[in-house]
Design a protein. Structure first.
Length: 165
């Protein structure tokens, strides 16, 4: 029987492994949900969001921005946690079934490869503003926006750390 660390590592997939796993799940009639983000300082808001996303289907795949991608998007000094830490923390969550790192600034190529049944983002997006929405809808999928949990954001955590609260 594999140990817990092996189970966590088994959720961290390459693009080709993720494509095969998603195909398998879909062939079994399972509904696959996809979301993405930097998940730099994992906090309650993230966990709440990911659990809600998982509730929209049978399997949850998380596309994770690579360290280089986070740096390009967020600037110098980011990410705070290295890629291995962010990947393993996400994979350790029970609600997450797979984690796939992407190097690009957006997950569009990964979404095209996986073709999830449901594409989810959090926050103030309109569904039409979500990268990959048109691809998922064209394949008969659904696009959803989940609200942020008030008071929980990476920016708020960074501010509390800087201010010593």
């Amino acid at each position: 029987m594999p140990d817990t660390l092996d189970q966590i590592r088994a959720k961290i997939l390459s693009w080709s492994q993720a494509q095969a796993r998603v195909r398998q799940w879909k062939a079994e009639g399972q509904r696959v949900v996809f979301t993405n983000g930097c998940f730099d300082i994992l906090h309650y808001g993230h966990v709440h969001y990911l659990a809600q996303a998982r509730d929209l289907g049978d399997r949850l795949v998380v596309g994770l921005n690579s360290a280089a991608s986070v740096r390009r998007l967020k600037g110098a000094g980011r990410p705070i946690h290295d890629q291995a830490t962010r990947t393993h923390l996400l994979a350790a969550l029970q609600c997450v079934d797979a984690v796939v790192v992407f190097e690009q600034d957006t997950p569009l190529e990964l979404i095209r490869l996986l073709m999830p049944d449901v594409l989810v983002k959090g926050g103030d997006y309109q569904p039409d503003q979500i990268v990959g929405a048109e691809v998922v809808r064209a394949a008969g999928g659904e696009v959803r926006v989940l609200p942020f949990v008030p008071g929980y954001s990476t920016t708020a955590v960074e501010r509390r750390i800087r201010e010593g609260d």
